[in-house]
Structure formats: structure tokens, C-alpha cells
Ligand binder design. Structure first.
Ligand SMILES: N[C@@H](CCC(=O)N[C@@H](CS)C(=O)NCC(=O)O)C(=O)O
Length: 233
């Protein structure tokens, strides 16, 4: 198969879902760290777009976490991260899209708002970078909070009485939702290493809301049972 390299950003859940899937399938890879505001041009030159994760394998360069997971499922089908039935696969895809394009993007708006309110030049700088790149306003933040609250409610109610989001096995739906939840509250230090200052930035009031404690307890259980390694920079 040759060398497989992943360009990822440590604190990004889009990168985390890909690292998680590689660890789950025990596929080794070379790491390259992406720094926002520094490595954007290089990634743009390589892929034609300015986001990570990016997979480089053989003569292929694959941006986009879902395309990377599709490549991975084909390259290493076992242990499977997709259910066998087409119906269950369809539901996995719906959860993934909700997690990536609603929970993730609205979660990023919430974290951008938090960064902009922190009285620290470094936090302000990254807040401004993400605000400009992904579009931020106080109104958008209020709307994002409503959307994220609705999704957390759906995750909680779907998980009631169940171990996994789809069927009775761990799938890409669980990987993706569990990874995206870091934007509201990071996984505990024993699974995901962050300095206390950075961990604080990742904590939203929704992450500590008792109404959603079962969702974050489930997320921590997914890390404990399936993450397979302590995540370190
Ligand atoms: N559709 C892409 C989205 C990835 C994405 O949103 N990446 C953001 C995560 S915050 C990123 O690379 N940010 C760094 C930057 O904007 O410089 C995927 O699923 O991989």
C-alpha cells in the first residue's frame, strides 16, 4: 500500500473522526500537523481547498473526512465501520451528515463566539480567523445554539435504551457524532489530552447542561470502549 499520510488539525473533530477510524482499523499512518492561519496556502495548493483532514496515499490526495473514510473502508474492510444492511447504512449516512454539517458547523460557530469573547490576544486572533473564514455573527451564534440544542435532544432520545446510534454495533455514525461533541465539551483528559486553557475554550454551557449529561456520558463510553488509544498532539 506504500506510505499513508494524514494531514490533521489536533483540535478539530473532522480530523478526529478520521484519526479515530484509522486507530479502530489499526491502520498506521504518518502524521502531519496542520496549523490554521499558517498551513492554509500549502493545503490549498495540494488539494484545491483549504480544510483538513487530507489523506495522501500512493499517488492519491484525498481531502474531506467522508471521502477518506470511504477510502479506508475499502482499503481495510475489517473491522467494519459500516453496517451490512443498505437500510442501516442509509441511516448511518444521515447521522454523519447531520453531525458534520449541522452539529459540527454550528458547534464551530459556538466555539468561535467563545474565542472572540476571551480576553486574550491569541484567542481573539483565532476567533477572528474562524469568524472570517466560516462566517460569524451574534445572530448566527444564537441560531446555532438552537440547532445544536435540537440535535443534542435527538441524539439523547435516539440513544435512550440503546448502546449505539444505528443497529447494535459501533459504526461511523457513532465515531462522527462522538467526535463532533468535542466542540461542546472535550472528551476527558484520559482519552484526549488538552491543556486546561484549551479545554476551557472547548466547554460550552450545553456541554454541562444536565439535560444532555447522558449524551456526553455516552460519548465518554465510546472513547473508553472504542477509541483504542490516548489522543495526543
Ligand atoms: N468537509 C470537510 C470539512 C472539514 C473542516 O471543516 N475542516 C475545518 C475544521 S475547523 C478546518 O480544516 N479548519 C482549519 C482552517 O479552516 O484553517 C471534511 O469533512 O473533511
Amino acid at each position: 500500500m506504500g506510505t499513508t499520510k494524514l494531514i490533521t488539525m489536533y483540535g478539530s473533530p473532522w480530523s478526529e473522526r478520521v484519526r479515530w477510524a484509522f486507530a479502530f482499523k489499526r491502520l498506521p499512518y504518518e502524521k502531519q500537523n496542520y496549523e490554521p492561519g499558517v498551513d492554509e496556502d500549502a493545503v490549498k495548493k495540494l488539494t484545491g481547498q483549504a480544510m483538513v483532514p487530507v489523506l495522501i496515499t500512493g499517488d492519491k490526495v484525498i481531502p474531506d473526512s467522508s471521502a477518506i473514510l470511504d477510502w479506508l473502508e475499502e482499503a481495510k474492510p475489517e473491522p467494519a465501520l459500516l453496517p451490512k444492511s443498505a437500510k442501516e447504512r442509509a441511516i448511518v449516512t444521515l447521522w454523519e451528515e447531520t453531525a458534520l454539517n449541522a452539529l459540527g458547523t454550528h458547534g464551530r460557530t459556538l466555539i468561535t463566539g467563545r474565542l472572540l469573547r476571551i480576553d486574550d490576544p491569541e484567542a481573539q486572533k483565532s476567533g477572528k480567523y474562524f469568524a472570517e473564514k466560516y462566517g460569524y455573527s451574534e445572530f448566527a451564534e444564537e441560531q446555532s445554539r438552537l440547532t445544536v440544542t435540537r440535535i443534542l435532544t435527538s441524539v439523547r432520545d435516539t440513544l435512550s435504551g440503546r448502546q449505539y446510534l444505528v443497529g447494535d454495533t459501533f459504526t461511523r455514525a457513532d465515531v462522527t457524532v462522538a467526535a463532533m461533541l468535542m466542540l461542546l465539551k472535550a472528551a476527558p483528559q484520559e482519552f484526549f489530552v488538552f491543556t486546561p486553557e484549551v479545554r476551557f475554550v472547548y466547554l460550552d454551557q450545553l456541554g454541562d447542561d444536565p439535560a444532555f449529561s447522558e449524551v456526553f456520558a455516552w460519548r465518554d463510553r465510546m472513547y473508553k470502549d472504542h477509541r483504542g488509544e490516548v489522543v495526543k498532539p
